[in-house]
Design a protein around this ligand. Structure first.
Ligand SMILES: [Ca+2]
Ligand SMILES: [Ca+2]
Ligand SMILES: [Ca+2]
Length: 405
């Protein structure tokens, strides 16, 4: 594609329009660029070529093995957005791997740096746990937030691939009834589609005593079962997980089975990587990092319409805190995702991280200014009047900063 063609692709989704709308351009005109601010971008994909490198205007400090393939660009797309909004920042690109242990290790690394990290931008999460701010990884996140770091996390894209509720089984056959007549959630897939399904529930996180199993029946014949034991022994987690490449086209059926267990049953959460055909529960669909305390959790609105994206995960948390906190645009243009636009709450979180850096520079000399509060209180309400579980406080907006302080 020639350069003129590239420009044509860039225009419809340009992030520039949003920078005007949300007061970022006005701050740039005042030479506010996030100078002196450090951001750590936690991700697991940092491939970039020379053309993309030109867009990374921030001072980049990589903390990763330089071995990413051409399509592993997720983190660099986030870095491009931060560079557009806050070109003056020092930006650490931190490989946070794909497990909670790896995220924990990445956080420990940041805590041991000689330099204070002002802002973390994280566009990944985990779809199993307590969703109440008490998951083990939240303790690590709180080490950073209590140390003065502002943690900004993507809400997730799971609103349409989530179910949650209590175990209800009126006919007593051991299988959860999603409705009085229906003991399965349908999932339509084509042969070769990859799907992951996670089931987790309220229980002792390290010695679960309620034993649920997860089952996926294939169309025609065959099934996958996840039947980890949960008998209250140490090391037994309240989690079941199935990963499958669909062996044929058709409708698959997700089922949840319960065995006898001690304790009083609480709510279950089921997440998949494919939209559910039915029984979707859009609320409570934010991952465990987005549910940690003091985190700013960011949902996605479509840059063209400013309406919430249907997949943008919704609150509240399992312990009843209102989430998400803010929304920001997705489908924005990056060089990393040149032909498609960068979709999902993954694009929304670094937008807010960039904004936070501008606020930090603006009020650096005023220790009484709480950047988290400034971001929340200067937002523009969207959707239902007042804070809500879809848009949170609304669109991040630096246009009215002075007015609201
Ligand atoms: Ca039943
Ligand atoms: Ca089990
Ligand atoms: Ca609202």
């Amino acid at each position: 594609m020639d350069e003129e063609g590239s420009e044509t692709v860039l225009d419809p989704h340009s992030v520039g329009k949003m920078m005007d709308l949300t007061g970022i351009s006005a701050l740039h005109a005042r030479k506010i660029s996030g100078r002196g601010v450090t951001i750590a971008l936690l991700d697991s994909e940092f491939y970039y070529d020379n053309e993309t490198a030109e867009r990374l205007t921030a001072d980049i400090v990589p903390i990763y093995a330089d071995s990413y393939g051409k399509y592993e660009v997720h983190g660099i797309a986030c870095a491009e957005l931060i560079s557009s909004i806050a070109p003056g920042v020092k930006l650490y690109l931190v490989d946070a791997g794909s497990t909670q242990e790896e995220v924990t290790a990445a956080i420990e690394g940041l805590l041991n740096l000689d330099e204070q990290i002002d802002i973390v931008s994280c566009s990944s999460d985990f779809p199993f746990g307590g969703f109440d701010g008490d998951d083990a990884v939240c303790e690590e996140v709180e080490k950073m937030t209590s140390n003065g770091t502002l943690w900004i996390n993507a809400a997730g894209n799971q609103a349409l691939c989530h179910w949650s509720g209590e175990f209800i089984d009126p006919d007593g056959n051991g299988f959860l009834n999603f409705s009085p007549e229906d003991e399965s959630i349908n999932l339509t897939m084509e042969r070769g589609d990859d799907v992951s399904i996670w089931l987790s529930w309220e229980d002792d996180r390290d010695a679960a005593a309620l034993d649920y199993d997860l089952r996926l029946d294939y169309p025609g014949r065959g099934r996958s079962i996840s039947d980890n034991p949960q008998r209250g022994y140490r090391g037994q987690e309240p989690v079941e997980m199935i990963r499958l490449t669909a062996p044929r086209d058709g409708t698959y059926h997700i089922k949840i089975r319960r065995y006898d267990g001690a304790g009083s049953p609480g709510r279950l959460h089921l997440f998949t990587t494919q939209d559910l055909d039915e029984h979707q529960v859009q609320n409570w669909s934010i991952g465990i990092l987005g549910c940690c305390r003091n985190v700013i959790t960011v949902g996605a609105i479509n840059i063209s319409t400013l309406q919430i994206q249907p997949y943008s995960s919704r609150g509240p948390t399992e312990d009843g805190r209102q989430k998400p906190d803010l929304v920001a645009p997705d489908n924005v243009t990056t060089y990393s995702y040149i032909s498609d636009g960068f979709a999902g709450t993954s694009a929304a979180a670094p937008f807010v991280a960039g904004c936070a850096a501008l606020v930090l520079e603006l009020f650096r000399d005023d220790p009484d200014v709480d950047v988290r509060r400034v971001l929340l209180e200067s937002s523009t309400d969207l959707g239902p009047e007042g804070p809500d579980e879809i848009y949170g406080r609304g669109l991040v907006n630096l246009s009215n900063l002075e007015v609201n302080l």
